[in-house]
Design a protein around this ligand. Structure first.
Ligand code: FES
Length: 58
């Protein structure tokens, strides 16, 4: 399962670790209650949806 860790306070940076075959939707609208993951809240705002990130195993 994806693991997210946020560091810093002035300019927080979040690292998400994925394993091969995992796929996540990363929030780009900053409205999610499950940040850094998208929870669908972007549907109430104009502008952007999530970034879909998938690790493709070779
Ligand atoms: S909730 Fe932010 S992109 Fe979906």
């Amino acid at each position: 399962m994806a693991e997210a860790q946020t560091q810093g306070t002035d300019h927080p940076m979040t690292t998400v670790k994925l394993k091969a075959g995992e796929k996540v939707a990363i929030c780009r609208c900053f409205a999610s209650n499950k940040f850094p993951y998208c929870d669908g809240s972007h549907k109430e705002h104009k502008g952007t949806g999530p970034a879909i990130v998938e690790v493709v195993a070779e």
